[in-house]
Every structure is written in structure tokens, then in C-alpha cells.
Design a protein around this ligand. Structure first.
Ligand code: TRP
Length: 331
């Protein structure tokens, strides 16, 4: 890998098949960044254990997510793609970093408070330390740039503070302070037109769905809520379908729909049908690649095994520096 603009690291929990929100909010960005940065993308399966109690789908979800990433254009020749638990050094670094982390800082984070509210019966030690593990991910691989949604910015700021504490306590500069890089599309709304697209709300559109399934999902989408009848003019500016048309349809089509909707010359059903068509056209290559990678024997496993090997090489180097900086006895 050549020196480019710096090193990118990002991680995502293994949620299985990816949806439009994952694609527009994260994956698309990862794919673009691998051209100009040394890039490392990680499926954070250990992070998932903080909230997931039943792990029966974990293996499959990890594989499906990797498959989607690859089909969407993450290229193992350009990026390191791996699974967090395959490089256990991150857990060692997590423990070491936890000693320079004030507990009060962790419990004050908005993300932690939110998790407690969502699941008051599973406030485990690992959940409190979630951002410390995330910090370990980033600094183990000496990432300079971390593409994330704005909801993760408090975690990046937290990581910077932990790095400063570590470097200060051990009078060293081995750990780098990362910079967050906000994704261009901050929030993709689900088919309900109201909440962020997510699998748990079942308002998502899967990338790997068949064209028929996709059309069915699209036809369920909520449009401009003020528009009651076909004869009412619509307001594309408040319509989630139009927002997505702007991303997936041609400029001519977008202009046409914009004008027609405002004059009540096109109804929501037709508009959605056209969106489903655009979306399916856009996803065709993705789906073909996915099917090919899925059936190529051992392909996903080989990519992840190679990614783990390359990630491990970086991790081993950082850990040697960390141990030396602390002054641990070496043999
Ligand atoms: N905390 C991130 C999320 O919930 C996932 C994550 C774990 C991550 N480790 C990371 C993101 C390192 C960026 C860098 O979305």
C-alpha cells in the first residue's frame, strides 16, 4: 500500500444484509475513500456483543455484510477488509486504554445514555467501555481519518482525549489523534418517511433484495403527507421518495417529476414506480457481483482471512510500541 492522504479506518457492527441507508451513509463513502487513502474497514463483531445476546445469526450476518461491502465496490486490493475479532490485539489495547479513561466520561456520553434507556436490563461493563474499544480500533491501526455519521462524533472526540491521556501519562507520541470525517449524506429516512432507515424498525430497503421485493418496498413508501388526493399538488421538498429520486434517477427525470408533482400531473404511485425502476437499474451491477462473489467458493472467507493477516501486521507493530512506551517487562 502506498502513502496516500493518510489512513482511514471505519467499523460497523455486523447487521447482516445492508440497506440503502447503510449504502448512502457509509459504504459509498468507504468505496470513494479507498482511492485516496490507505483504507481499513472492519466488521466490529465484538462491539456487537455489547447489545446482542443471541449470537446465532452472528456468523451469517458477518458474511452477508462483507458480501455486500464487496459487491458495492470495496476492493480487497485497495482496502484491508477484516473482522474485528480476528485481530485480538484490539482487546488488549482496549484494556490498556481503559486505565487512562475516567469512568465518568464514559457514563456521560449521549450514546451510552441512549443505550441504557433502550435496554435498561443489559447495562453491562462492555457497554460502558464501548467507546474505549472503538478508540482501540482506531489507534491500533494508526488511523488519521475516521468516516462516521455525526452521531459518532462524540466517540471520535472521546478517542482524541484518550490518546492525549495515554501519550501524556507515558510521555510518548506513539498513538495518533484521529479526525472524524462526516459522511456526506447524514440521514436516510426509511419507508415510513419519518425515522432513520434501520433494520430494527423494518423501514429499510435491502440492497440485495430482488427487483420485485424492492418494488414492493418502494410502493409502501410514505410520500408528502399533506398530499391527500391525486388532484392535490405535491411538495417534493418534503417527500422522501423525491429525495431518493434525486440520488438514483437522471437529472432529466428528476426535473420532470419535480415539475409534474407540483402541478399534480403525476401521482405518488407513478412516482414510486419510476423510483423503483431507477433504483433497480442502479442496483443491477451490485446484485450481479453479489451473486458471483456469493457462489465463488471460499471467496468471502479468503478476503477476510487476508484482511486479518494484513491488519494483524499493523496491530503487532503498534502493540510493540505501546508496550515499550508503558515500560512493560519484555522478554
Ligand atoms: N461505533 C460505531 C457505530 O456504532 C462502530 C465502530 C466501532 C466504529 N469501531 C469503530 C466506527 C471505529 C469507526 C471507527 O456505528
Amino acid at each position: 500500500m502506498t502513502e496516500k492522504n493518510g489512513r482511514v479506518f471505519s467499523g460497523a457492527r455486523p447487521t447482516g444484509r445492508q440497506h440503502l441507508g447503510n449504502y448512502l451513509g457509509a459504504i459509498q463513502n468507504y468505496v470513494a475513500l479507498q482511492e485516496n487513502y490507505e483504507s481499513i474497514y472492519c466488521i466490529v463483531d465484538i462491539h456487537a456483543l455489547t447489545t446482542v445476546e443471541a449470537t446465532k445469526d452472528l456468523k451469517l450476518n458477518t458474511r452477508e455484510m462483507a458480501l455486500d461491502w464487496l459487491a458495492a465496490g470495496l476492493d480487497p486490493k485497495k482496502s484491508i477488509i477484516f473482522v474485528q475479532s480476528h485481530v485480538p490485539e484490539v482487546m488488549e489495547l482496549h484494556t490498556i486504554l481503559s486505565m487512562v479513561t475516567p469512568l465518568g466520561k464514559l457514563t456521560a456520553l449521549p450514546t451510552f445514555k441512549e443505550k441504557v434507556r433502550q435496554n435498561p436490563n443489559n447495562v453491562n461493563y462492555g457497554l460502558v467501555g464501548y467507546p474505549v474499544l472503538m478508540t482501540a480500533d482506531i489507534v491500533l491501526y494508526k488511523a488519521t481519518t475516521v468516516p462516521v455519521g455525526v452521531d459518532q462524533f462524540p466517540h471520535i472526540e472521546f478517542a482524541r482525549e484518550v490518546v492525549r491521556s495515554f501519550n501524556f501519562r507515558y510521555s510518548t507520541d506513539v498513538l495518533l489523534e484521529p479526525q472524524g470525517k462526516a459522511t456526506k449524506i447524514p440521514k436516510v429516512l426509511g419507508t415510513d418517511g419519518e425515522h432513520k432507515m434501520s433494520k430494527s424498525l423494518n423501514n429499510h430497503i435491502e440492497l440485495a433484495a430482488t427487483p420485485e421485493e424492492t418494488e414492493k418496498r418502494v410502493m409502501q413508501m410514505v410520500t408528502d403527507p399533506q398530499r391527500q388526493r391525486l388532484s392535490d399538488p405535491g411538495d417534493p421538498d418534503v417527500c422522501n421518495v423525491f429525495t431518493l429520486h434525486k440520488i438514483f434517477s437522471s437529472t432529466t427525470e428528476v426535473e420532470e417529476i419535480n415539475a409534474a408533482c407540483r402541478k399534480a400531473e403525476i401521482g405518488c404511485v407513478d412516482c414510486k414506480r419510476r423510483f423503483a425502476k431507477s433504483l433497480n437499474n442502479n442496483l443491477q451491477t451490485f446484485r450481479e457481483r453479489r451473486a458471483k462473489f456469493d457462489t465463488r467458493d471460499g471467496y468471502v472467507r479468503d478476503v477476510l482471512a487476508d484482511g486479518a493477516k494484513r491488519a494483524q501486521a499493523i496491530a503487532a507493530e503498534t502493540m510493540a510500541e505501546v508496550r515499550a512506551a508503558i515500560g512493560l517487562y519484555e522478554v
